[in-house]
Design a protein around this ligand. Structure first.
Ligand SMILES: Nc1ncnc2c1ncn2[C@@H]1O[C@H](COP(=O)(O)OP(=O)(O)O)[C@@H](O)[C@H]1O
Ligand SMILES: [Mg+2]
Length: 241
C-alpha cells in the first residue's frame, strides 16, 4: 500500500536522509530504530507530508504523493502520533478529537461528537471527554491523540516515539491500545527506543544510521542475530542503559 523509493532530504547543507527505500504492505507493523539524529522523525514527516523530500517517490495506493495535488487527501489517510501528544491545550478532549473531521467536512459536528464518545468509551475514557489536556495524565493524553487520529479512519498510522514522554507505569496503557489496533489489522510504522516492545510487536524492523537503512528484516533476526557492526553496537548501548 505504501512504497518509499530513494527518499532524500537535506536541511541547509546537512544531508539527513540519504536515499531511503521501504515497502509497507497492509497490516504490516514496521519498527524503526536507530541512534538519535539519524533521521527517523524526518522520514515519518516526509511520509505524511509534514516535510517535503528533495527527491525520490512516495507511492501511496498507487499514486506518487510527492508534490501531488492529492497530498491533502492523502494526509487524512496517514495518521501521525507524536511524542509530545500535540493536543490543543485550550480545547477539551472532545473538541481535540472532533476538530479535524469537522474542519475537513468529513462529519457533521453532532456525528463527530457521537463517534468520538464511542471511541473514548471503547477504552474507558468517556469520563474525560470534557477535560482539558492539562487535567489528564500523559497516558490518557497519548490515547486521546491516538483516537484523534482514528476518527479520521486512517489506512496507516505513524508513531514517533509514542511512549518516550510517559512515566513508565503509563507506557502499558498506550502499548495495549496499539496492540488492539494491530489486532484489528491497522498498518503502522513505529519509531521507538522501547526495544522490547519493538521486538515483540513489529512484523519487521528497520535500523537506520546516518540517514540510511543499514539493516532490515524479521524483528527476531534483527535483535537476536544482528549482522552490521553499527546495529550490534547500537543494541548493546541501548541494552546497557
Ligand atoms: N527542520 C529542521 N531544520 C534543520 N535541521 C533539522 C530539521 N529537522 C531535523 N533536522 C536535523 O536532521 C537530523 C535528523 O533529525 P531527526 O529526523 O529528528 O532525527 P531522529 O528522529 O532520528 O532523532 C538532525 O541532525 C536534526 O538536527
Ligand atoms: Mg525523532
Amino acid at each position: 500500500m505504501l512504497t518509499i523509493k530513494n527518499i532524500k532530504k537535506t536541511f541547509g547543507n546537512k544531508v539527513v536522509l540519504k536515499g531511503i527505500s521501504l515497502n509497507v504492505n497492509k497490516g504490516d507493523i514496521i519498527g524503526i530504530i536507530g541512534p538519535s539524529g539519524c533521521g527517523k522523525s524526518t522520514l515519518l514527516r516526509c511520509i505524511n507530508g509534514l516535510e517535503t523530500s528533495d527527491s525520490g517517490e512516495i507511492i501511496f495506493n498507487e499514486k506518487n504523493i510527492i508534490g501531488s495535488k492529492h497530498l491533502l487527501d492523502v494526509r487524512k489517510k496517514i495518521g501521525m502520533v507524536f511524542q509530545q501528544f500535540n493536543l490543543f491545550n485550550h480545547m477539551t478532549v472532545l473538541e481535540n478529537i472532533t476538530l479535524a473531521p469537522v474542519m475537513n467536512k468529513l462529519m457533521k459536528a453532532d456525528e463527530a461528537k457521537k463517534e468520538a464518545l464511542r471511541l473514548l468509551k471503547e477504552i474507558d475514557l468517556e469520563d474525560i471527554a470534557n477535560s482539558y489536556p492539562n487535567q489528564i495524565s500523559g497516558g490518557q493524553k497519548q490515547r486521546v491523540a491516538i483516537i484523534r487520529t482514528l476518527i479520521m479512519k486512517p489506512e496507516i498510522i505513524l508513531f514517533d516515539e509514542p511512549t518516550s514522554a510517559l512515566d513508565p507505569e503509563m507506557i502499558g496503557e498506550v502499548t495495549n491500545l496499539m496492540r488492539k489496533l494491530a489486532d484489528n489489522g491497522m498498518t503502522m510504522i513505529i519509531v521507538s527506543h522501547e526495544l522490547n516492545f519493538i521486538k515483540n510487536f513489529c512484523t519487521k524492523v528497520v535500523f537506520i544510521d546516518d540517514g540510511k537503512i543499514v539493516e532490515e528484516g524479521d524483528s527476531k533476526l534483527i535483535f537476536d542475530k544482528p549482522k552490521d557492526e553499527r546495529l550490534k553496537s547500537f543494541l548493546e548501548k541501548v541494552n546497557n542503559k
